[in-house]
Design a protein around this ligand. Sequence first.
Ligand code: SAH
Length: 373
Amino acid sequence: MPAPHLLDDIDAALAAACQRLALPAYRAKQVRKWLLEKRAQGWDTMTDLPKALRTQLEGEFQLWTAEVAKHTAADDGTEKLLLQLAGGGRIECVLLRENIGKRAKEVESPASLAPEGRRRTMCISTQVGCAMGCVFCASGLDGVDRNLTTGEIVEQVLRLQHRLGPEERLSHLVVMGMGEPLANLDNLLPALNEVSRPDGLGISPRRITISTVGLPPAIRKLARSEDGSRYRLAISLHAPNDELRNRIVPVNKNIGVEAVMAAADDYYTVSGRRLTFEYVLLAELNDQPEHAHQLVGLLKSRNALLNVIPYNPVEGLPYRTPTMEAQQRFRTILETGGVEVRFRHRKGDKINAACGQLRRSTPPSVVPITSNL
Ligand code: SAH
């Protein structure tokens, strides 16, 4: 049997190890600090631990269970990792760098920019594949293989953290990679708890967003769990009525827009956090004026932000990005209707940074490489 993954439950694992090996408790704190704050990539770098102890711990635990199968970096500072998991399957995670108050176009090469005043967001996955079957999305094309473990979720964050320069700090985390996070809440919540701890990565829960297709029972469970209601919730709506949503987001057939909105309202009431709705804009499918008007009807009385994402095309799928005119028309109707709307500019599309795309475009046999595009 392989040694346990340390990142599955760092504190419990280290506490047990300290007891077993008759070590003082501060040794656990030291290891924690190395991993979460000092970005250690291996036991050998933990230089204030005696060498014999490092060797001992190395035999007790697996520090990493994934291998970086591919690393890509784009000119705009976006970096993406394709991870090959020891437990089988491949997943993706992304680091996005944005200048606060600046448009993507104005961002020069990342090296030339001062580290302060930038937002650094990590996007992580929760499952190998996805069972939701949204028709435009690359992640679910082959269905779902399995849930990620807590350790595999935390590992993505730490692996991306290794990509940051010494002056750079992680500021935001979005659970918007592969998979449906609310279908893996039991493993996700301990991971987010770890990531938000002040004696670790210290990402404020207000800066952590969980994106869901909208599963009402799981949304209510999240709202009622002590940790869960601290985060921001984003709901992938993609259509303002059932007829259209059933076509774009097939799981809607068993749920319905009304039930999704009721669960979202419940989350808002319990958490007090403003809701985000996501809307992937697909040419001639959900980008018509009538859709914008219906969205106004759904959202204008709610304390909500509408995040519109012009479609990032996926090879082999028939969907297209709307023209600039169609996007503008859509936006104007929403703004005139009193909905707060933000268009999410595409970052990293040259490196297939949309969910599931890198996995599909990379053959499984790929050897570990680092490439700069
Ligand atoms: N299962 C979660 C997380 C999915 S990824 C959810 O449904 O919210 C986060 C967002 O990216 C979702 O809104 C998803 O619909 C969207 N998305 C997926 N593929 C996309 C693509 N090719 N172009 C634009 N947005 C995409």
